[in-house]
Design a protein around this ligand. Structure first.
Ligand SMILES: [Zn+2]
Length: 319
């Protein structure tokens, strides 16, 4: 009798164990099914379904907003152009829609150019829909044909550059003035003489220059060779036109003085602001003599990056 009871008991335990295992299996399968279902709802899965690799899908999710991804998913195949765009070094997530819009109308530009132009704001017409620039950036302020200074902008730490290193009355903000003197003295030791012909200009003075040119040569000419008031860096007190005696705007780039500046200016906090081949980004024709003070750290970084200050500002300074 006793052994029969034991057997029954054993059978009962086995049955319960079997049920428990069954329940566990159902639960595990359920969880798995749910997680597969959940994965199928992700952008990663949906992007892979239309031809992107897992890495590409993750990159797109990282670089594009949700709305952007939703738009990509409306296509039924992968878009290599979008992948090329988001892989650009200075690509900015906040400008994604602007890049696409610009690209739609300018298919011949490279993605590098598109990113540079859009970041700089240069996808718009010069002087159209200008914004008041952020003067709280102080010596890093960006002034151009999109970001402008207002008529009431004032600088209060101007200093007059000594006659030894300037031509006529030239003023600059103190920090720029100090850096320039240091640079001019170092150049002198190397047998190079630096002469500043233009520094700080008031809004009113810039207006005079522009209007004189416009009245005598017409609007098109004036816009090509002078800045409208509010959009000249000279109004910041941080830009200097540097020449040497006997040099002109035409031949300055060929002088030893220019070569010296090109090699050394960043060490004193200056960059050449308007380079060759960048007028569609900066809005200004090449000027080998126009130097902008940014401080040694930023000037060196801009120089090493080999980009315009517009591009640098959009990527590293503007929030
Ligand atoms: Zn200048």
């Amino acid at each position: 009798m006793a052994s029969k009871k034991k057997l029954k008991l054993k059978k009962g335990v086995k049955k319960r164990l079997f049920r428990l295992i069954l329940v566990l299996i159902v639960i595990i399968l359920g969880i798995k099914g749910l997680s597969i279902y959940k994965y199928h709802q992700t952008y990663e899965y949906k992007l892979i379904q239309i031809g992107y690799t897992k890495e590409e899908a993750n990159k797109l999710e990282d670089k594009i907003s949700k709305e952007g991804i939703e738009n990509l998913l409306k296509d039924d195949s992968r878009d290599d152009d979008v992948l090329a765009l988001v892989s650009e070094k200075y690509y900015l997530k906040r400008n994604y829609d602007l890049y696409l819009d610009y690209y739609k109308h300018n298919k011949s530009d490279s993605f590098e150019k598109i990113v540079a132009k859009v970041n700089a704001g240069a996808y718009r017409e010069f002087y159209k829909d200008t914004q008041e620039t952020d003067t709280s950036k102080d010596i890093l302020v960006l002034v151009n044909k999109y970001k402008v200074l207002t008529e009431d902008y004032e600088v209060n730490d101007l200093k007059k550059i000594p006659a030894e290193y300037s031509y006529g009355e030239v003023e600059a903000r103190e920090e720029c003035y100090n850096a320039y003197l240091k640079m001019a003295k170092a150049a002198k030791k190397d047998g190079i003489s630096l002469i500043v012909t233009s520094g700080y200009r008031t809004y009113a003075r810039q207006e005079e220059i522009y209007m004189e040119m416009r009245n005598s040569q017409g609007k098109r000419y004036a816009d090509a060779y002078a800045a409208r008031p509010g959009s000249s860096e000279h109004e910041t007190g941080l830009a200097l036109d540097v020449f040497t005696y006997s040099a002109t705007t035409e031949n300055f780039e060929k002088t030893e003085t220019y070569k010296w500046l090109n090699k050394n200016a960043h060490k004193y906090g200056f960059i050449r602001r308007y380079e060759e081949g960048k007028a569609d980004i900066t809005g200004y024709s090449p000027e080998s003599w126009h130097f902008r003070y940014l401080g040694v750290d930023t000037a060196t970084k801009v120089k090493n990056a080999g980009i315009t200050y517009e591009e640098y500002y959009a990527y590293y300074i503007e929030k």
